[in-house]
Design a binder for this molecule. Structure first.
Ligand code: FAD
Length: 323
């Protein structure tokens, strides 16, 4: 049974995040031949529409307005509801990102429909859409079927295969005009303060070098940053390291931090508490460096190095530089 699917593009600093193409891949499969559209919301984002058409979207609905420059739930809801009115999708996918996590419940509440959060897989079973989502801090998985129409779901970045760009394809682009009223702008984001990092977005990074309390100080992150630089990786941290003041909370990975799924996760001086594992245990390959051979992180690691991170990490950096 074919169905119409709508992907809400995840735009950050004027660029599309990879998760948008990952959602397009899932939406195309779920649509079973039905139309797939992308909702592109923001200010001065129209130039991204053509690429989305080439990337596999049949239609791209653009609402480009100054009111959408910074995310606000009221204005984004209004724009998205207009696209819903025009397209009537049976499935709406958003990224499980800061914006998606906020907007998805706003939309499902407005439509009075069911929502799945943080899905890591979308499958078709007996003609029904079935979502897989982790529970108990990633220790178990549930399969969820939502019977409402439409279904709203947020998708965890870095989990699904992106749709390969089809050069021959050019979906239609339609600009919609939405007028915003004062009540749509009840919540306004005044300023977004960017925290310093290696520049690679943690939730999209293919490689993450992460430090725990074992780095011992703010300066202790320096060898990790050097390794991250040669690997083109992002730098993350445990809450232990953040609480100790060695790094900023924006780097925290885990149950109350960011959830990441890189190809390679290098944990340096991190014990492997369950709350940390909740944020990184789905990484494809995990390397742990810890001087305690009994550290729980070794139970989830594919490769374990028992040793002092201040010796091991510079050696790794030197070896990578030789490649
Ligand atoms: P520690 O547990 O102190 O481990 C440090 C490790 O470094 C040790 O294993 C030690 O052997 C090793 N080490 C020391 N020196 C060296 C060296 N020179 N070389 C190599 N290894 C060395 N934690 C998170 O990370 N993310 C979360 O989101 C999170 N959310 C939480 C939510 C709640 C409600 C609660 C209660 C806790 C949460 N925590 C979270 C905290 C979590 O329980 C742990 O306290 C925390 O993860 C520990 O951080 P750590 O591994 O860096 O520190």
């Amino acid at each position: 049974m074919s169905r119409k699917a709508l992907v809400v593009a995840d735009v950050r600093h004027g660029k599309l995040r990879n998760v948008t193409l990952e959602m397009l891949g899932a939406a195309t499969k779920a649509a079973e031949g039905g139309e797939v559209a992308v909702a592109l919301l923001g200010h001065q984002v129209s130039s991204l529409a053509e690429g989305l058409g080439k990337a596999g979207a049949d239609r791209v609905y653009v609402v480009d307005a100054p009111e959408l420059e910074k995310y606000t739930p009221g204005a984004y809801r209004k724009a998205l509801m207009e696209i819903y009115r025009v397209f009537s999708p049976e499935l709406i996918l958003l990224a499980h990102s800061a914006i998606g996590k906020d907007l998805a419940p706003v939309i499902s509440q407005r439509l009075g429909v069911g929502q799945v959060s943080d899905a890591i897989a979308v499958e078709l079973t007996n003609g029904q859409l079935q979502f897989t989502r982790p529970i108990y801090a990633g220790k178990a998985f549930t399969k969820v079927v939502v019977k409402s129409n439409p279904v709203v779901a947020t998708i965890r970045p870095n989990n699904l295969a992106p749709l390969a760009e089809d050069a021959g394809k050019a979906g239609t682009v339609e600009a919609l005009s939405v007028s915003f009223e004062q009540q749509d702008l009840a919540t306004l984001v005044q300023e977004i303060i960017q925290k310093a990092s290696t520049g690679v977005d943690l939730t999209e990074a293919k490689i993450i070098v992460s430090g725990g309390r074992g780095v011992k100080s703010e300066e202790g992150f320096a060898p990790l940053r050097e390794l991250a630089e040669v690997l083109g990786a992002a730098v993350g941290a445990s809450r232990g390291a953040c609480d100790a003041g060695y790094c900023d909370y924006s780097m925290q990975i885990g149950q109350t931090g960011k959830v990441v799924t890189p190809d390679l996760y290098i944990a340096c001086g991190i014990s492997g508490a369950i709350q940390h594992l909740a944020g990184m245990s789905s990484s494809k390959v995990i390397v742990a460096i810890n001087k305690d051979p009994e550290a729980p992180i070794f139970q989830v690691a594919d490769y374990g190095i028992v040793g002092d991170l201040f010796e091991v990490v510079p050696l790794m950096t030197a070896e990578v530089k030789k490649l």
